[in-house]
Design a protein around this ligand. Sequence first.
Ligand SMILES: [Zn+2]
Length: 174
Amino acid sequence: MVEYFTYPELPDRQFFRCDRRKASLQVTACAGMWVEANGKAAPERLDQCRNCPLGAKHAGVGEISLSPLRGMSICARCEQGATRLVRKHLCISCYNREREFLKGRNARGSAPVKHPQLHQLEIRFQAGPEIERVAMTVASRQELVVAVLRDTSKHVTFAFEAGRPNLLQGELFG
Ligand SMILES: [Zn+2]
């Protein structure tokens, strides 16, 4: 349970003790840091704020993703960490192999044979209160799931459709 307090000289500002940052923070400052940490081009100094449920609460955002994949710099195809993601999705290696596959020849001039087929797949999921759809060209359904968990800041539930709680596996992907 978080305890809130005020300082006598700042009676109308609420503070609390933040365990993650090991500091007393003003609630509004915490909310601002959480929003920045979950936005585009989030600075590294706010890494601890990104998946913080308390920060989300202070920012007035209800259900946030607590997936460990959320915001990770991870390639959705090979699931390895990457220092840089091409199209915010693939590591350099997977990207290069995909290009060779699409061109029909690799660096040695021969046709790539081991590369998986690529498919345009769509997935439906619930993100917070919204139903969302994401469509991407991927090598597998799992790649799409990893991408959604990585890229969605709200709590994600797959296989959800209003009035039809039990979607069959085959209906989940369009
Ligand atoms: Zn990769």
